[in-house]
Design a binder for this molecule. Structure first.
Ligand code: ZN
Length: 175
């Protein structure tokens, strides 16, 4: 595995449509390994291949809730539900008419965040790392991540569709 460089808004590669993956080869598996490492290193919850300069329809998402450190020791510890996916050639099958308005950021647009309106629920079909077809239905963080990352495959950044975009407050940077 290796860390890859995350490219930033202004790089023309982020504006291109990514190509379908015809077969899950070692090359694609290596790309996915590197994407996981790069995403976790950057503290992100999702990453699309074009963000590391690879114009392939591959995304990784991990929206597992971090464990609550302030939980009472006597309370029964329930491990967080792992919500983690590799999606190859993802396709949106259904998107709810109901929308949610939420804050969004992007590793390719550092230091900024914006308010984005997106469908509240989506159903996506994709291939996994073994080349098996699967479907995922998501709401909340998962829906937001799926839609945000799939947009990257079309060369779309959240800043294109955001109601507003602003610089992150300095207080946030200290946390
Ligand atoms: Zn992004």
């Amino acid at each position: 595995m290796a860390l890859r460089k995350i490219i930033h808004d202004g790089d023309p590669l982020l504006r291109k449509r990514s190509r379908e993956v015809k077969e899950v080869t070692d090359h694609i598996r290596g790309l996915v390994d590197d994407m996981w490492e790069t995403m976790y290193d950057a503290g992100g919850v999702g990453l699309a291949a074009p963000q590391v300069g690879a114009l392939r329809r591959v995304i990784v998402i991990d929206v597992t809730e971090p464990e609550d450190e302030e939980e009472d020791d006597d309370a029964e510890q329930t491990p967080p539900e792992i919500i983690k996916y590799v999606l190859i050639n993802p396709e949106i099958m259904e998107a709810s008419e109901e929308t949610v308005t939420a804050k969004e950021g992007c590793l390719s647009v550092p230091g900024m965040s914006g308010i984005v309106v997106r469908p509240a629920r989506v159903k996506v079909r994709a291939f996994d790392i073994d080349g098996e077809s699967f479907e995922v239905e998501g709401e909340g963080m998962l829906a937001k991540a799926l839609l945000h990352e799939i947009d990257h495959l079309e060369g779309v950044l959240y800043t294109d569709i955001a109601e507003s975009v602003e610089e992150n407050k300095p207080e946030g940077a200290d946390e």
